[in-house]
Write a protein that binds this ligand. Structure first.
Ligand code: CU
Ligand code: ZN
Length: 198
């Protein structure tokens, strides 16, 4: 009886050990299969873009970096050479700078709306408001929930351009007609094309 019990117990232990080994192998296979998929998915979401503002006759230069998150884009800018105060900061329709900043044409406006600010109900998708400069430097970070770095997205900004204006953007709250088009931001001081980066 005791011998029988021992045999049964050993058999049972074997099954248990085998089962545990199998479980570990299965877990190992699962981790090896899933981990690259998960990291790949994460990498796929990290889309980045950059706009370089080359030094021009107005002595304005710098760069603007973009990172795509799930439903917003982070914008990091560092612009040198602007006068103290606020300056209109927009995404314009084209990345065509053959005629300087002029050929970038109007604000990126796929919804055919009136001009506004980043946080107003009515706005062009390209309306990123103002950046502020002090002692020759304008540096900061903000987020926008409309623009996208995804080529398939209707509001994708890749291949378009950024323009920095001489004056403050009134965010569509001015009293003239121009306010609803350009925010009275004045002349185009500097511009650059938004390109893909790693
Ligand atoms: Cu503009
Ligand atoms: Zn606008």
């Amino acid at each position: 009886m005791l011998v029988n019990q021992q045999i049964i117990s050993t058999k049972f232990n074997n099954i248990l050990i085998n089962w545990n080994i199998n479980k570990n192998i299965n877990f190992f296979i699962f981790i090896n299969y899933m981990l690259p998929k998960l990291t790949k998915k994460k990498k796929k979401l990290q889309k980045k873009a950059i706009c370089v503002i080359h030094q021009n006759n107005n002595n304005v230069f710098g760069n603007i970096k973009f990172i795509q998150f799930n439903n917003k884009v982070k914008i990091m800018y560092e612009i040198n050479g602007l006068s103290d105060g606020k300056h209109g900061f927009h995404i314009h329709n084209y990345g065509d700078l053959t005629d300087g900043c002029k050929s970038a044409c109007a604000h990126f406006n796929p919804e055919n709306k009136n001009h506004g600010g980043r946080n107003t109900e009515e706005r062009h998708i390209g309306d990123l408001g103002n950046i502020t400069s002090k002692n020759n430097l304008s540096k900061g970070v903000f987020y926008d929930k409309y623009i996208s770095l995804d080529y398939k997205h209707k509001y994708c900004i890749i291949g378009r351009s950024i323009i920095i204006h001489e004056d403050e953007d009134d965010l569509g709250k001015g009293c003239n007609e121009e306010s609803k088009k350009t925010g009275n931001a004045g002349s185009r001081l500097a511009c650059g094309v938004i390109g893909i980066t790693k």
